[in-house]
Ligand binder design. Structure first.
Ligand code: DC
Length: 233
């Protein structure tokens, strides 16, 4: 097989709102690979749990009920003009899973081992044919430890909170303040890094990217260069 035809797995890990989804999506589009947003899968499970009363007033999760319901939760991605939309049991939930309501409850759901095992298995199935760009927290360490290209994206919490807040504003969410979003980002950083099950951790063979001072275009070019290098072009 020549290098041009060689399909690889690209794992992009990093904190929330680090811009990794945007760059992963654009890279996949340019190289003709499939893009999978693993965070969207945790968000969809969280939305299901919220809608089925499995998240209590105090924010704790009814783990038993959610574990029992995992077989009833089907997540898929629908290619659209603007990238792709997340489907939860056939329903387009792309907007809903980005709300602060879901963002605030996703961390306790993502620490449940049964949830992680189910989603990791599905993520690995998506990567069977290779030719995939997947972003998340544990892609280079747990989901695809053999990925040919691993990127670890980092940027300060304040930079990331500002990005997420602007994104929410643009989507018409005028209720969430910057301070709320910053607090949410910092809380999730802490939980993501300190949880027992698949914490956010840089894979030893990952390439670091601090994109704080990069434009989207610079970021995209940087990534294409790394891709070309990984496939030997
Ligand atoms: O990237 P994001 O903000 O959409 O991710 C949503 C949540 O899902 C985040 O709090 C961490 C969790 N997550 C995870 O635990 N493992 C992944 N591979 C991706 C996301």
């Amino acid at each position: 097989m020549d290098n041009k035809a060689k399909k690889i797995i690209i794992a992009i890990d990093g904190f929330s709102s680090s811009g990794k989804s945007t760059m992963a999506k654009e890279l996949a589009r340019r190289i003709g690979y499939r893009y999978i947003d693993s965070g969207a899968m945790y968000r969809a499970v969280t939305l299901y749990a919220l809608d089925h009363g499995m998240i209590r007033e105090d924010g704790t999760v009814d783990t038993e009920a959610l574990t029992a319901a995992l077989g009833d939760i089907h997540i898929d991605f629908l290619p659209c003009a603007d990238g792709q939309h997340t489907l939860l049991n056939g329903r387009d939930v792309e907007q809903e899973i980005r709300s602060l309501r879901v963002s605030s409850s996703v961390s306790p759901v993502a620490v449940i081992p049964a949830v992680r095992h189910a989603l990791v298995a599905q993520q690995q199935a998506f990567g069977k044919e290779r030719g995939i760009v997947m972003d998340g927290r544990d892609i280079g360490t747990t989901v695809f430890p053999d990925a040919e290209l691993k990127i670890y994206v980092n940027a300060p919490a304040a930079t990331r909170a500002r990005r997420r807040w602007l994104e929410l504003q643009q989507k018409g969410d005028k209720d969430s303040t910057y301070e709320q979003v910053l607090e949410n980002v910092m809380t999730r950083d802490h939980i993501d890094m300190t949880r027992e099950e698949s914490p956010l951790r840089r894979a030893d063979d990952a390439i670091d990217l601090d994109n704080s001072d990069m434009t989207i275009e610079q970021q995209d070019e940087w990534l294409i260069d790394r891709f070309n290098h990984a496939v030997g072009k």
